[in-house]
Design a protein around this ligand. Structure first.
Ligand SMILES: [Zn+2]
Length: 163
């Protein structure tokens, strides 16, 4: 577990302004590697018969999954850490720290995508909020891969045009 995760854990432990449900969700979000969203993606891929390799440490950004026989790298993105903006949950303390931290994370995501594209990989980001249940995960993963295969090995649509 890295320093940031520890920081979040401490923050959560000492903050009284979260409901038990929010706290549970936030704690689950910092568990790291074997998060439930990742397991859901893995079983969705298996269900649709796509073979994959997990945690490609040899590639830029260490994609969570790379598909076998298809140059597709897939990242499961935590909505908080990668500033999805799907819900407002900026911590109430140290706002400046978090704003900077999250914007650096987004910038790194864009760098990683470009680096992988240059190596011939198509990058797919799957957001945690779209993986809430097994069914939703199956739909999300199927759609993402359909988009990729429709465009051949071409780049998927960019998530944001801001960079
Ligand atoms: Zn989200």
């Amino acid at each position: 577990m890295n320093d940031d995760n520890l920081r979040v854990k401490n923050m959560l432990r000492h903050s009284d302004n979260l409901t038990p449900k929010e706290r549970r969700r936030a704690m689950a979000a910092v568990k790291g590697r074997d998060t439930t969203p990742e397991r859901r993606v893995a079983s969705a891929l298996r269900a649709i018969g796509v073979r994959f390799r997990r945690q490609a440490e040899d590639l830029p950004g260490h994609p969570d999954f790379v598909l076998l026989g298809m140059p597709v790298a897939l990242f499961v993105q935590g909505c908080f850490w990668h500033a999805h903006g799907c819900r407002s949950e900026t911590p109430r303390t140290n706002r400046a720290y978090w704003a900077r931290k999250l914007s650096l994370n987004r910038r790194r995501d864009r760098r990683v995508r470009r680096a992988l594209n240059r190596l011939g990989w198509t990058v797919v980001f799957v957001w945690e909020c779209r993986l809430a249940t097994r069914q939703q995960a199956a739909i999300t993963v199927t759609r993402a891969l359909a988009r990729v295969s429709k465009t051949g090995h071409a780049r998927p649509r960019r998530l944001r045009r801001k960079d």
